[in-house]
Design a protein. Structure first.
Length: 71
């Protein structure tokens, strides 16, 4: 039995939120979905990883202020 361990990466672009630009991508590992958000131009640094669309929407609406990137 062969399992595909390579994730599928979907680049969805740049979003602007509270005056900051973020690079946004969706990575799927089989049936698991992760949403990755990095400050634009800083893909080499640690960003935010959301394991569900609900978590991402919560942050996006500004309710999850404690989850903001801290540098």
């Amino acid at each position: 039995m062969c399992f595909n361990t390579q994730p599928t990466v979907k680049e969805t672009g740049i979003l602007s939120l509270r005056g900051q630009d973020y690079h946004h991508q969706v990575i799927s590992y089989g049936s698991r979905l992760h949403i990755h958000v990095f400050r634009k131009g800083e893909l080499h640094r640690h960003g935010l990883v959301f394991t569900s669309q609900a978590e991402y929407q919560h942050w996006l609406k500004g309710l999850g202020k404690q989850l903001e990137l801290a540098f």
